[in-house]
Design a protein around this ligand. Structure first.
Ligand code: NAG
Ligand code: NAG
Length: 275
């Protein structure tokens, strides 16, 4: 047993190996992604370097062949090109416009008669994050009790598209069937905007304010959340009088003040002086 481990260790120590595999964790579907594989040959002769997406070969470098590089298009991926040196291979792929996760494997093999293989894989997920917060359309500053509102929350373009949740005073509003998250047609790279409407019935006895918030969630790991909020004030009698006094009769208090002042001086001048 011990001897076997020792032999295995020696074999490992003398074997060629992959020293670094660079695969981005996330790829933007609008840009090509660069993947690179660095290796050490340890005095062995390089036979070939192959790249696989899941189980499909997408790239092959074989220095003894002409041309040495061959690209293979497979469903859902476009291999744009690549370059190899004696100790590295780089490949450029255009990710599919779909929110997918795939394993990319680099495989380095030595010349015969041994044909030893070193292999390493990493996952890449295609995703495009939203760049802006969602926007709420249709929210007035003031509502009357008993009034109905139709609010619309629209997210920024992303891949996968965002899911939308509405909250009123921090309480999640369960969607009715006709209020599900809807999607826009796809843009370049498969990005879509999404929107969801929320109907709000302001109770007839309501007062105060409604804090309305909408969340756009991108279900990646970990989820990406962006939100927007607005305050809608409910028109009540006190707010009504405040509103009226602020806008309509703002001069009246100072007018009263002057009338009283004038009256006071009149009284002072005519009544008090005459005493
Ligand atoms: C892969 O597909 C793209 C686009 O369809 C094409 O331009 C390219 O030549 C193809 N490459 C190969 C190796 O078939
Ligand atoms: C919600 O807003 C988006 C654009 O921001 C629009 O495309 C959609 O038609 C609106 N939905 C409703 C029901 O108003």
């Amino acid at each position: 047993m011990k001897l076997f481990s020792l032999i295995a260790l020696c074999a490992l120590a003398s074997a060629h190996k992959i020293t670094q595999l660079k695969v981005p964790l996330y790829a933007d579907p609008r840009r090509a992604a660069e993947l690179s594989c660095h290796f050490e040959m340890d005095d062995q002769k390089l036979h070939s370097v192959k790249w696989y997406r899941d189980t499909h070969e997408i790239f092959r470098y074989n220095p003894s062949q002409k041309p040495p590089i061959r690209l293979f298009n497979v469903t859902g991926i476009m291999v744009q090109g690549g370059e190899c040196t004696a100790d590295s291979c780089l490949v450029r792929v255009m990710p599919p416009p779909l929110a997918t996760r795939a394993a990319y494997t680099c495989e380095v093999s030595t010349e015969g008669p041994k044909f030893q293989i070193a292999r390493q894989a990493k996952h890449m997920t295609v995703v495009a994050m939203p760049e802006k917060d969602p926007i709420i359309i249709g929210a007035p500053k003031l509502v009357k009790p008993g009034e109905q509102l139709l609010l619309n929350c629209t997210s920024d373009y992303s891949l996968p598209p965002s899911d939308i949740n509405w909250y009123i005073d921090n309480e999640l509003q369960k969607p009715e069937i006709w209020q599900r998250t809807e999607l826009s047609p796809p843009e370049v790279g498969g990005l879509r905007a999404s929107w969801r409407v929320l109907r709000v019935s302001v109770p007839s006895g309501a007062s105060g304010a409604l804090r309305v918030r909408c969340e756009a969630i991108l279900l990646v790991e970990p989820p990406v959340v962006r939100d927007a909020a607005t305050i809608i004030t409910i028109y009540s009698r006190t707010q009504l009088s405040k509103y009226v006094s602020n806008s309509g009769f703002s001069a009246s208090p100072s007018l009263c003040f002057w009338i009283i002042t004038l009256a006071n001086s009149f009284i002072y001048n005519t009544v008090i002086r005459s005493l």
